[in-house]
Design a protein around this ligand. Structure first.
Ligand code: GSH
Length: 228
């Protein structure tokens, strides 16, 4: 299997955690995609994923699977013992629901803020981000507010249960965790009042699959291009 991605970026991070959780790291060849240089918006990569996004999984028979949720489901079912996407109809449904909420209300909101209200991935990406329109920055700022509301929502969820979708660690936790990392990097801290979310984040960051995943940090060359 091949995975097209870039170390340190949030959705690739989701898959790196899944690979680590499932013990699949050594079965994957990683192919780096230069997001800051807008490689993912050029024809060769668009032939791999017409959405122009990473990660993408390529199977040995050439099948291309994009969308982190779909990749997670594939990897989780590969050994016949899914642990991240649910086993019973009820578990599957609740995980799917919470996963979608995390993607829309956190990952998507932070992404909107990052790309529209900040310089985002930089000059090479600007032409692909959004046409110049008067309300662009304001819309981006609204996404920041939405992300904070998302954090408050998940804080409430985690007050009453140990994990995002109930009693067990799942793909929904991975998405919330990666989104919070993204939020931190984009300059949206968790509100002080969200104590349960903070405690949960600390707990998740210490799970072996999260702590020991490959490619958890940005490449030094990318940090330099971000001016960090
Ligand atoms: N829905 C996609 C989103 C993937 C995504 O947004 N990936 C980011 C990297 S974390 C990306 O490729 N961003 C570049 C861009 O939007 O141009 C998924 O779940 O995999």
């Amino acid at each position: 299997m091949k995975i097209y991605d870039r170390p340190g970026f949030p959705n690739p991070s989701r898959i790196r955690i899944v690979l680590s959780e499932k013990g699949l790291d050594d079965q994957v060849e990683f192919v780096g995609v230069d997001l800051i240089g807008a490689e993912h918006k050029q024809a060769p990569f668009l032939a791999i994923n017409p959405s122009g996004k990473i990660p993408v999984l390529e199977l040995d028979d050439g099948t291309l699977i994009s969308e982190s949720t779909a990749i997670t489901e594939y990897l989780d079912h590969l050994d016949g013992h899914p642990v991240l996407t649910g086993r019973t109809p009820r578990e599957k449904a609740v995980i799917h629901m919470m996963q979608n909420r995390a993607e829309a209300e956190l990952m998507g909101a932070v992404d909107g803020y990052f790309h529209y209200a900040t310089p985002g991935l930089g000059p090479a990406m600007q032409p692909y981000v959004a046409p110049e329109w008067a309300g662009r920055k304001e819309w981006g700022e609204r996404q920041r507010e939405r992300a904070v509301r998302g954090m408050t929502y998940f804080d409430g969820v985690l007050k009453t249960q140990p994990f995002v979708a109930g009693d067990a660690f799942s793909m929904a936790d991975i998405t919330v965790f990666a989104s919070l990392d993204f939020a931190g990097a984009a300059g949206i801290p968790i509100p002080d009042a969200c104590k349960s979310l903070m405690a949960w984040r600390e707990k998740i960051s210490n799970l072996p699959s999260v702590k020991n995943r490959t490619g958890r940090d940005f490449l030094p060359e990318d940090l330099k291009r971000f001016g960090l």
